[in-house]
Design a protein around this ligand. Structure first.
Ligand SMILES: [Mg+2]
Length: 159
């Protein structure tokens, strides 16, 4: 339904879930227990299933290049994390050659994203440092890391 918020959807889904199982609540005089069937019903109510719209968005070259870069960054970040997992949990030496390789792979996918967005690496570095200056000033603090002015940071990123 157009114009409905995610919060409203959640309330509707919760209500439907309660209605579907309201007999169980009344008869057993106890709270609904989550089970496989109920969980699957609630999951399927929130799945994006307008496959015609999804397919049309997949025909857009810009969206495909951004998806390619996004998928690549997620998978390469997994490979980087795997290198550290093998060191910490399996006792393997830190493989700095592999870590640098994965950083390069991350940069490769980042370059695709930036090319599609028409943005240079230098612009990203500049915005990143300016955002962090707004957050921390000249020095990190735990308070600044948790009490953040997201509007101010967004304003800096939009410049
Ligand atoms: Mg890799």
């Amino acid at each position: 339904m157009p114009g409905r918020s995610l919060h409203q959807d959640y309330i509707l889904i919760s209500t439907l879930g309660l209605l579907i199982h309201s007999n169980i609540v009344v008869l057993q005089n106890k709270e609904i227990q989550m089970d496989n069937k109920l969980y699957k019903e609630l999951v399927l109510k929130t799945e994006s299933k307008d496959f015609d719209s999804i397919s049309s968005r997949l025909k857009d070259k810009r969206a495909l290049r951004l998806l390619h870069g996004s998928c690549g960054i997620a998978t390469e970040a997994g490979e980087l994390l795997d290198a550290m997992k093998k060191h910490i949990f399996y006792g393997k030496e830190i493989d700095t050659v592999n870590i640098v390789e994965e950083i390069g792979d991350l940069m490769w996918y980042s370059a695709i994203l930036l090319d599609e967005l028409g943005v240079e690496f230098e612009d990203v570095m500049d915005k990143n440092i300016n955002k962090l200056r707004a957050r921390y000033g000249d020095k990190f603090s735990e308070k600044s890391a948790t009490v953040r002015n997201l509007d101010k940071e967004r304003e800096i990123l939009e410049k």
